[in-house]
Design a protein around this ligand. Structure first.
Ligand code: G3H
Ligand code: 13P
Ligand code: ZN
Length: 352
């Protein structure tokens, strides 16, 4: 069973107005947990690997694990996506590995560092240039592309990100038209990691609505979408962790965003937390245990449960059998026919 193009998974989600979680992975247990959750809830799924994950796994291991995941679960549409691709070189490596989707994070220049060690923001024109280069390359293989406009905040001092981080809706039409991206990551006040907010956040939902109206055939993506449940933070701390009090993005806010036009929801931190809590629990309760299966196994089970819950909450559950996955070769033909960016109806790129 080959991997499914992310474009198709998101177009189908847009047609029926549900969200699809994109879950980050670095190892076998995470991939197995996500696939088990997808199978149990009959959900299409996006599994994603960052540049760091590719380095950690020496690339080839993730490729083989993904092939196993798709082969073992032929009834589940599964896309393998490069998360926050820093440049064309990494995009090419991911496509060579067989990924069915890539992100080019053109909002930052990852190849340059300022004196303070941060990556500088790219100009709008520069973002368009690097993103278009990736789209031209990836679509030649039938591979979907996610771009990014605006920057996600780091650790927030307040309950929402500063205006300077948010996506400018006026730039979205020009960006999508000139690059031909399939999906667009927009900044609406979320940030990566566990320490997002100190109180219930107020996200820029009006931006989701406006951007969806402006680029209805481009699938919108919400990064930094972990909910960081207090009970999970408490569980980590109960067994020896020292996490600070924090808040993530409430599930109800994600559901509201899906109702307004978000279709891809990036979740990494919640998975990290649930794995850490489960492993800490075993070490705390059974300090004599040293068989990795005895702590990685419970971690895998806990992750399966969390992701199955998210699949139900995001509305993904039950949709795995709705459609016949396209191959990358079929997508390549669709892109070559100039249909990238959607058919204008459901946005799938096909003729109806
Ligand atoms: O958005 C970033 C993801 O959480 C991946 O994080 O670069 O540490 O693998 P990473
Ligand atoms: P979280 O840190 O909120 O899980 O966000 C993950 C993400 O956006 C990956 O691209
Ligand atoms: Zn992200």
């Amino acid at each position: 069973m080959p991997l499914t193009p992310m474009r198709q998974i998101l177009d189908e989600a847009a047609k029926k107005k549900y969200g699809v979680g994109a879950y980050n992975v670095n190892n076998m247990e995470q991939i197995q947990a996500i696939m088990k959750a997808a199978k149990e809830t009959k959900s299409p799924v996006i599994i994603q690997a960052s540049h760091g994950a590719l380095e950690y796994s020496n690339m080839i291991y993730l490729k083989k694990l993904m092939e196993a995941a798709a082969e073992e679960n032929p009834e589940i549409p599964v896309a393998m996506h490069l998360d926050h691709g820093p440049n064309l070189k990494t995009v090419k490596a991911a496509i060579a590995l067989g990924f069915s989707s890539v992100m080019i994070d053109g909002s930052l220049d990852y190849d340059t560092k300022t004196a303070g060690g941060a990556h500088p923001a790219r100009t709008f024109e520069d973002n368009i240039r690097v993103t278009k280069e990736v789209v031209d390359y990836a679509h030649g293989f039938g591979v979907s592309v996610e771009g990014e406009l605006g920057t996600l905040g780091g650790i927030e001092d307040d309950t929402h990100a500063e205006a300077v981080h948010l996506t400018d809706p006026e730039q979205c039409e020009e960006f999508c038209r000139r690059t031909g991206v399939d999906a667009l990551a927009i900044a609406i006040g979320t940030s990566h990691g566990a320490y997002k907010f100190k109180a219930e956040p107020k996200l820029a939902m009006d931006l989701v609505k406006e951007i969806h109206q402006r680029v209805p055939n481009v699938r919108l993506v919400m990064h930094g979408s972990s909910s960081v449940p207090a009970a999970l933070v408490d569980e980590v701390n109960k067994y020896g962790g020292k996490l600070e009090k924090t808040m993530g993005v409430p599930v109800k806010a994600i559901q509201e965003a899906v109702g307004l036009g978000i279709n891809k929801i990036n979740v990494d931190t919640d998975g990290r937390l649930v794995i850490t809590a489960a492993i800490r629990k075993v070490f705390f309760e059974k300090p004599k245990e040293f068989d990795p299966r005895k702590y990685l196994g419970p971690a895998r089970e806990a992750l399966t449960k969390l992701i199955a819950e998210r699949m139900v909450e995001f509305g993904t559950a039950g949709h795995a059998g709705d459609y016949q996955p396209l191959s990358l070769a079929e997508m390549k033909v669709i892109y070559a026919a100039g249909a990238s960016g959607g058919c204008g109806g459901c946005g799938c790129g096909k003729k109806h």
